[in-house]
Design a protein around this ligand. Structure first.
Ligand code: T4K
Length: 372
């Protein structure tokens, strides 16, 4: 097979090249390349409207957005978070000199278990950083109840949750802040990029200062901010992507439904249940490989690779097993049995709008062939 027949876990959406060239010409004429230019402003407004949120600040990527969100709320001390995520979640805490405290997850959602959050609170806890893993909503009401009781802030890592609706509103409207990633591998991308969603103009202004080195005006620096500005070329790319994103999610939904149908009867394979009261974005297609399936998760991963199907073990290993975290008391395996089990079983299957029916059939056939 040629390398064209490789099937990856995802492939980025791209806007029409001619449309992008047209916008590049506008940038060339204007000679404004960055620092909050017109496309940047236009995209912030368009995204806030599209997502149904009050305020949104664009940043260079999701990781810088997480780091900045923590600074925006002046978080100190300990932050309760999940070991079952991409490393950037916990890294954003270390970059702020904060102590991550890992709590275990719920096996059905792969998100932080509220009971375990409550048990992890100490006098030094100031915030919770849950992740809407795979775009599936956390138990936002229980988490808010805990936050209100103990006076904690909630910053959602919503890197996977673009466009997800929950209980009649955007999932991004829960908590104090929500952070998006617009990386190339995401449902909606600006090549690299990210955003912070916030409920009020004052916090948005603070974030805007922080992402511009802390400049409040030409001569006033209000904090040691960072350079987190998205440039005009990427903002223009993002404006074009926004036209396509609903169709992209609709195609993902078709692919997800077909996987559910095709894999439902295989013993030892389980897809995560669809969340209730939620319109999902199908950003990932996590499959749990359990006892009863003839191969273990890693053997299935290898078998698929041999057939040029590049699934991914998102999220293995656990963040809490990485060298910079494993010494923490909360990182000890006995504290995180569910996360450990899920990380050993999960395999994310290819899902992206350009995946053809024939390619998806190849993935399904490759999995089914292991049952014989
Ligand atoms: N929080 C959470 C929960 C996150 O998942 C992430 C990022 C973040 C925070 C941080 O947000 P950012 O700072 O990244 O905005 C990828 C992404 O780099 C990362 O954004 C993402 N999560 C993570 C889950 O996945 P890798 O190392 O697995 O990506 P990579 O390069 O192996 O790409 C996967 C596949 O996608 C490739 O096999 C082929 C395809 N691909 C990839 C790229 C980059 C393409 O076809 N074209 C491309 O340009 O991390």
């Amino acid at each position: 097979m040629s390398s064209d027949s490789n099937i990856y876990v995802t492939q980025p959406n791209l806007p029409k090249l001619e449309d992008f060239v047209d916008l590049l010409k506008v940038i060339w004429d204007r000679k404004i390349l960055t620092n909050g230019g017109p496309f940047h402003q236009q995209l912030e407004q368009a995204l806030a409207e599209h997502l149904g949120v009050r305020h949104l600040a664009l940043l260079t990527n999701g990781t810088i957005a997480l780091v900045t969100a923590l600074q925006a709320l002046r978080i100190q001390g300990e932050v309760i978070t999940t070991p079952y995520s991409f490393v950037a979640t916990a890294h954003s805490l270390l970059w702020n000199g904060l102590e991550p405290v890992f709590a275990d997850i719920d096996p059905h959602t792969c998100n932080l278990d509220p009971e375990r959050i409550e048990a992890a609170i100490t006098p030094r806890t100031t915030a919770i950083m849950p992740v809407h893993c795979y775009g599936n909503p956390c138990d936002v009401q229980a988490i808010q109840r805990i936050a209100d009781t103990y006076g904690l802030k909630v910053i959602y890592d919503a890197a996977h949750a673009f466009g997800v609706q929950h209980r009649g509103t955007s999932l991004l409207n829960f908590g104090d802040l929500s952070v998006l990633s617009f990386h190339a591998t995401k449902v909606y991308n600006t090549i690299e990029g990210g955003a912070i969603v916030c409920p009020d103009a004052k916090t948005k202004q603070r974030i805007d200062f922080l992402k511009n080195f802390g400049f409040a005006d030409e001569v006033t620096v209000m904090a040691p901010g960072i350079n987190g500005k998205l440039n005009e070329v990427q903002a223009a790319f993002g404006l074009l992507q926004l036209r396509e994103v609903d169709a992209a999610i609709a195609r993902r939904s078709e692919i997800a439904a077909r996987y559910r149908e095709a894999l439902a009867d295989i013993e030892g394979l389980a897809l995560l249940p669809l969340p209730s009261d939620t319109t999902p974005n199908h950003s990932y297609m996590p499959l749990r490989v359990q006892a009863g399936f003839p191969l273990g998760r890693d053997a299935l991963y290898q078998r698929l690779r041999e057939q040029q199907v590049f699934s991914r073990r998102y999220f293995y290993p656990l963040i809490s097993d990485m060298p910079m975290y494993r010494g923490l008391a909360s990182a000890q395996p006995a504290n995180l049995p569910v996360a450990r089990q899920v990380a050993a079983e999960i395999l994310c299957l290819p899902i992206y709008p350009a995946l053809t029916d024939a390619q998806q059939q190849r993935v399904i056939d490759a999995i089914r062939s292991c049952c014989r």
